[in-house]
Design a protein around this ligand. Sequence first.
Ligand code: F6P
Length: 319
Amino acid sequence: MKTIAVLTSGGDAPGMNAAIRAVVRTGLHKGLKVMGIQRGYSGLINGEIFEMTHHSVSDIIQRGGTILKTARSEEFRTEEGRKKAVNILKAFGIDGVVVIGGDGSLQGARLLSKLGISTIGLPGTIDNDLAYTKYTIGFDTALNTVLDAINKLRDTSSSHERVSIVEVMGRNCGDLSLYAGIAGGAESVIVPEKGFTEDELCRTILEGKLRGKMHNLVILAEGVGGAEKLAKRIQGVTGIETRATILGHIQRGGSPSAFDRILASRLGAKAVELLLDGKSSRVVGIRDGKVIDDGIEEALAMETKFDDELYEIAKILSY
Ligand code: F6P
């Protein structure tokens, strides 16, 4: 292993830069040549590759987004596209690749490793939807962004005695909503993993009002969706003014939290060590506070488990 490369792919996540920095600096420390691939798999296919130095990753640990840019590549989904990618990697003398991204990006890493390229995947997504790791890079920062929004919405909801629906990202995973709901003291958390009925929600809201609640915060995961429609329905049934706020891409940006920076640094360093040990086709993550690595096939085949216990706590505490 003489030359390695790093790329970021899919939706960006705060902490990706800290991960790039860790890969580059660990690689250089171990005497490797480190290349940066721009714009994910699409940049790889186009040969958008450059050599990185210690200086290339200066002043980025605190920055959100990704200095390597990111993209979702349709071409890489085809066999032909992947063959092109392999040829480019060979042409640049790249022996190993570190892929930082979510589920789709790590699936790409799996396919690349099937074509004989040593590949290690790092979980970078705000969604926290990868079952093999307790946390993904970016989740904690996004959670704090959502929390900040909830705190602000609580103020205005209390003043107007309104119901406030906050739609939170996470694709089909309700983790961001659940954690934000607990931390923000929300009255209801609606996630795709659990059923809910509009009637039951309206009843909970009315009962809360009768007990003297000044506001009512409903966290709605994007996997369920329909915030505006739900707001109209709640207002129609309960007679309480209701507003919907869809937080959107604001959740993807911002300076990464200390937790995400440290996680990214640990996982980035581990990825390089694995490549140097001759390992391939693996993903790194965190379980019980320890950095772990798993086979990419098994890791990506694992089903995500929703934290029912935490969900119950959220319900009890929201009374
Ligand atoms: O995977 C991260 C994520 O922000 C999801 O939570 C969301 O469903 C999706 O990406 C949005 O994708 P895009 O950036 O393409 O709008």
